[in-house]
Design a protein. Structure first.
Length: 132
């Protein structure tokens, strides 16, 4: 029994990438987090004081933690570069007849480093990331 000769056939498939793979580390990666510390959309402009945990002990120390700024929760979901500075700190309500117990927060100073945004989600590893 003799075999019949067939001309070789080349089949070409086009590669279509379905996932983005970064070759440059965290360049262009942002954290997405909600500015949610405190009551949102209060009519009082800045009802909270924010302090940096200066000694890094995770406990509010009235005489040693550095006052940073006044603050109100804007409620927005911010996109902050992962290489930006994020500070551990505390937020205190300044309104009369409210609980003045310091609330642990993570602080981001905004795109220009001159604003204050706080979140009560202290596990930065659980924040959503995206490529900008």
């Amino acid at each position: 029994m003799r075999k019949e000769w067939m001309e070789p056939v080349i089949e070409v498939q086009e590669f279509v990438a379905n996932e983005y793979v970064a070759a440059c580390g965290d360049s262009g990666t942002v954290y997405k987090f909600e500015c949610n510390a405190g009551d949102k959309n209060l009519h009082i402009t800045f009802p909270y004081n924010v302090y940096v945990d200066s000694n890094g002990n995770g406990i509010y120390d009235e005489n040693s933690d550095e006052y940073l700024s006044r603050y109100h929760a804007c409620g927005a979901t911010h996109e902050a570069p992962v290489n930006d500075v994020f500070l551990s700190g505390f937020m205190k309500d300044t309104r009369p007849f409210h609980d003045h117990t310091p609330v642990p927060v993570i602080i981001w100073r905004g795109e220009n480093g001159d604003d204050t945004h706080c979140t009560t989600n202290l596990d930065i590893n659980s924040w959503t990331t995206a490529k900008s």
